[in-house]
Design a protein around this ligand. Structure first.
Ligand code: PLP
Length: 372
């Protein structure tokens, strides 16, 4: 029997057999079935964020990984006279700083340590200090550590000062209930292979139309032009360049399976259960977490290396891999840590099996290693 590989990572994730099977039929980019799938997906994604075209929002699908989606927004919507405040507490925030630099976008960068959240108070203060700021970018679930930034509160501050609010909700959208309008988010970006549990291939930006329209003719890149991509999808239902046809078909299936599971609320519940089992299981084995519990999200968790004298992360990782469990390495400043995600087609029994495997491997790690 084929062994099931379980990915305890932030994506790509373990996907269902039926999602993978949705990719078995070749599909032309002008195929009626494909174009309908694109339409269905664009509408459904808005619904998942509790908005619609009628309420003034648009969904733009962008080929590539999640970063392509974020870069599409950053490089398209910020004008030469605008200024972007980037709130950074991890690698994904730093990635936005890099994008802005490459595109020569005017920025104010505010950094807090990786084990602290961005606060609305700090955001308010920054906006007062720098009245030229027009846009604010922040990560929701900072996958570097697993913390959740309080985006609803930050959004309120942005809105009260009439700033455009951009949220990288890559690793949380679909696994956390988010009402985009209530959270005052103007641009929300996520991708096909995170909590919706699809296959890699594209990112999507949910956009407030009023702000999206301002991006016309302003892009700094041809392929990542958010406005043009939207205009093409609207005019003909077509992508400008080769679309990720099979990834789209898999994603439509993934959305249907999300609905069958009971929607985002049910999925969030499953992920939270996974997280509780992971926390209690790892604590029982003596592992300590990097973050204080209050700011930790339920998507991915950072664990400190154990004090076990002979512990080698490479060996630990490899032994888990051999047993069919893929975890995620991760350096946090000077702190040695690794990460375990609990999103994707991962169920409580899988988390229990992982904990058993970790227990076994740690048992072996206790024994002195015979060096060759
Ligand atoms: C996964 C992820 C991304 C995108 O990464 P890609 O490798 O480009 O798909 C961006 N931001 C966050 C917070 C993520 O977790």
């Amino acid at each position: 029997m084929e062994r099931k590989e379980l990915l305890f990572t932030p994506g790509p994730l373990t996907t269902s057999k039926t999602v993978k099977e949705a990719m078995l039929k070749d599909m032309g980019s002008r195929d009626y079935t494909f174009m309908n799938a694109v339409k269905e997906i664009r509408n459904e994604l808005l619904q998942l964020a509790h908005v619609s075209k009628e309420s003034g929002y648009e969904c733009v699908i962008m080929q590539g990984s999640g970063t392509f989606g974020v870069e599409s927004v950053i490089s398209s919507i910020i004008g030469n006279n605008d200024s972007l405040l980037i709130l950074v507490n991890g690698a994904y925030g730093e990635r936005i700083v890099k994008m802005a630099d490459i595109h020569k976008i005017r920025t104010v960068v505010a950094r807090v340590p990786e084990n602290e959240i961005i606060t609305p108070e700090m955001t308010e203060q920054l906006l007062q200090q720098h009245p030229g700021i027009t846009h604010v970018a922040c990560i929701h679930s900072e996958t570097t550590t697993g913390l959740f930034n309080p985006v609803a509160e930050i959004g309120r501050v942005c809105k009260s000062q009439a700033k455009v609010f951009i949220v990288d909700a890559m690793s949380s959208f679909g696994g956390v209930e988010m009402d985009m309008q209530a959270m005052q988010i103007d641009f929300l970006v996520s991708s096909s292979n995170k909590c919706i549990e699809g296959i890699p291939g594209f990112a999507f930006a949910l956009c407030r139309r009023m702000e999206l329209e301002k991006a016309k003719g302003q892009a700094r890149s041809l392929s990542l032009d958010l406005y043009d991509q939207w205009a093409a999808l609207e005019a003909s239902g077509q992508f400008r360049f080769t679309p990720p046809t099979l990834s789209i078909m898999a994603f439509r299936q993934a959305l249907r399976e999300l609905a069958t599971e009971g929607g985002i609320r049910a999925r969030e519940e499953r992920y939270r259960t996974n997280k509780l089992l992971l926390d209690s299981g790892m604590a029982r084995l003596g592992f300590r977490q990097y973050l204080e519990p209050g700011i930790q999200g339920h998507i991915i968790t950072s664990f400190l290396y154990p004090d076990t004298p002979h512990f080698s992360f490479d060996r630990f990782y490899k032994k888990l891999n051999e047993r069919g469990f893929v975890i995620y390495p991760g350096k946090l400043g000077k702190t040695d840590a690794f990460r375990i995600g609990n999103i994707g087609q991962i169920f409580p029994q899988d988390v229990k099996a992982l904990i058993e495997a970790v227990a076994e491997v740690m048992q072996e790690e206790q024994a002195p290693v015979a060096e060759a």
